[in-house]
Ligand binder design. Structure first.
Ligand SMILES: NC(=O)c1ccc[n+]([C@@H]2O[C@H](COP(=O)([O-])OP(=O)(O)OC[C@H]3O[C@@H](n4cnc5c(N)ncnc54)[C@H](OP(=O)(O)O)[C@@H]3O)[C@@H](O)[C@H]2O)c1
Length: 275
């Protein structure tokens, strides 16, 4: 496994497992247990994914020391609006059955609320209950404002990024500020897996199209958290470190970018944020 060193000093695996839209417990718990056995240590959950408890149980039953895991969770919009970041954070810790979270993110930049939420996250970080704090779905404009008011720089911005889309100006902005970029939906929820041009590149490396799409992101310095319910896919998605895309292949892939988006923007935010 490769790691990215966050600006908090924490080492974050560059590949993890996304836990959004998974089946209900107990299948999720056993899926996570299987993923742990394959070697996954970074798990990306959120209170809104409703599987923090299953993740916590899978970690505890693995017999692997807690410190070997890197657990991300996120605060949802409602808690931000209610000014209840402390309550949301404590509830996540309780559901996970953990006494600290490795990375705690603001899931969406709720207008008029996210600065107050950020100040609460700063306290979680300073108390050691969050080893790193960050944001998701923040634009350059959101980050510029946040940085101007913040005491602590976000360690991560988790954004939509894949071979078909994602804002490269935002990626460059984050990386220039020392904010690690993590791709949510790194496989564009499957939207590019049938592209012939990617298949040709994949064949050259004896890899799958999904692996090429993930490797492209890693070579841009982006961490990835693909989701799968299939063991063969979970295995493939970890097996990204024994090949390298050439500069020409990276440029070919860059040429596929067409501004495609697959994230659902929460209905209570549409119109309120720029993406
Ligand atoms: N912060 C945010 O607002 C936000 C938003 C979206 C996502 N995320 C995070 O990013 C994670 C990943 O994004 P996502 O869940 O939207 O989708 P994704 O990872 O881009 O794509 C998942 C799809 O790809 C398929 N897949 C996975 N590995 C594959 C492989 N090796 N070969 C072929 N198909 C493969 C899966 O099907 P199978 O199950 O059949 O393999 C599934 O249909 C989420 O789970 C979440 O943790 C965060």
């Amino acid at each position: 496994m490769n790691y990215l060193t966050l600006n908090s000093g924490t080492a974050m695996p560059s590949v993890g497992m996304g836990l959004m839209k998974l089946p209900d417990a107990p299948e999720t718990e056993s899926l996570i247990r299987d993923a742990i056995a394959l070697g996954y240590r970074l798990f990306d959950t959120a209170s809104s994914y409703k599987n923090e408890a299953e993740l916590g149980r899978a970690i505890r039953s693995s017999g692997i020391p807690r410190e070997e895991f890197f657990i991300t969770s996120k605060i949802w919009n409602t808690a931000q609006r209610l000014g209840n970041a402390e309550g949301a954070f404590n509830r996540s810790l309780e559901r996970l059955g953990l006494d600290y979270i490795d990375l705690y993110l603001i899931q969406w930049p709720v207008p008029g609320c996210y600065m107050e939420t950020w100040h609460a996250l700063e306290q979680f970080y300073l108390s050691g209950r969050a080893r790193a704090i960050g944001v998701a779905n923040f634009t350059v404009e959101d980050l510029t404002y946040l940085i101007s008011e913040a005491e602590i720089l976000p360690a991560v911005n988790q954004i939509e990024y894949h071979v078909l889309g994602g804002r490269s100006d935002l990626r460059v902005f984050c990386q220039s500020k020392g904010i690690a970029v993590q791709a949510g939906a790194p496989l564009a929820q499957g939207a590019f897996l049938d592209r012939e041009i990617l298949k040709a590149i994949a064949d050259r490396h004896e890899k799958s199209v999904a692996q090429v799409g993930l490797r492209y992101l890693l070579q841009l310095g982006i961490s990835v958290v693909p989701r799968s319910v299939h063991m063969n896919h979970l295995r493939e998605n970890l097996d990204l470190f024994d090949f390298e895309l050439t500069e020409e292949e990276m440029n070919t892939i860059e040429g596929l970018r067409e501004g495609y988006r697959c994230f659902d923007i929460p209905s209570d935010l549409s119109g309120g944020i720029l993406l």
